[in-house]
Write a protein of this length. Structure first.
Length: 225
């Protein structure tokens, strides 16, 4: 082998070595970029971080939560329904919801999901209800949902007509002469500004609305049409 050939082969060898080094460098760069991507957490939706379950510097592990993120948009109420009533509930059903911290009272919701398996310890089903987003509602608030499972005849009266006498609920009922009589009643479930009366008042009787703290028993009250 002459000198020129030896130099050509040595040059090719150096080129192959440099190409191998470049490939190794590119592989290291790709691995470094991949590791760098693991340092960034990206949620698949827009939202707000509401809880951090790991301290900075802690090594992440599969299945171990790091952050809690609440998505923007629809909120969802999760309610437990007894197995005796789950047959009356269906997906897409409208329901009224009461959120304790919401000043506007009842809110409308829509059943989004009924978890098909019951909790064997409580004999209840988990029902997920979509609620429209509102500046007055926040994740973690407590609420309750009402579902219509049937119909029945009921006497409803304004909640503003109820007066408390000790631990008793009472109303002023007008007799045929317009004289107010204080009568103890038993109340049922509230229905917005109305409340169901289980006993103490008959259908068609006239009541005094907004009686305040005055003692109206025995006084004549002019009925308003």
């Amino acid at each position: 082998m002459d000198e020129v050939t030896r130099r050509a082969e040595a040059a090719r060898s150096r080129v192959d070595s440099m190409r191998a080094q470049a490939d190794a460098a590119r592989a290291q760069e790709s691995g470094a970029r991949s590791m760098l991507s693991y340092t960034r957490l990206r949620a698949p939706f827009a939202g707000v971080v509401t809880a951090r379950m790991a301290d900075p510097g802690t090594m992440a592990a599969p299945g171990v939560p790091i952050l809690q993120v609440d998505s923007n948009g629809l909120l969802q109420l999760q309610a437990t329904i007894d197995e005796s009533a789950i047959g009356s509930i269906r997906k897409g059903m409208k329901t009224s919801i009461v959120i304790g911290g919401a000043p506007n009272g009842e809110i409308s919701g829509t059943v989004a999901e009924i978890v098909p398996a019951a909790d064997t310890s409580s004999h209840s089903f988990l029902v997920k209800i979509d609620i429209a987003s509102s500046s007055q509602l926040h994740a973690g608030m407590y609420g309750s949902a009402e579902f219509a499972t049937g119909t029945h005849q009921a006497i409803l009266m304004p909640r503003s007509a109820v007066v408390l006498r000790g631990s008793l609920s009472c109303v002023y009922v007008l007799d045929a002469n317009g004289i107010a009589q204080l009568r103890s009643i038993t109340l049922g479930a509230p229905q917005g500004e109305l409340v169901e009366v289980l006993s103490g008042v008959s259908a068609g009787e006239k009541l005094v609305d907004l009686p305040g703290d005055r003692d109206l028993a025995g006084k004549r009250i002019e009925a308003q049409p």
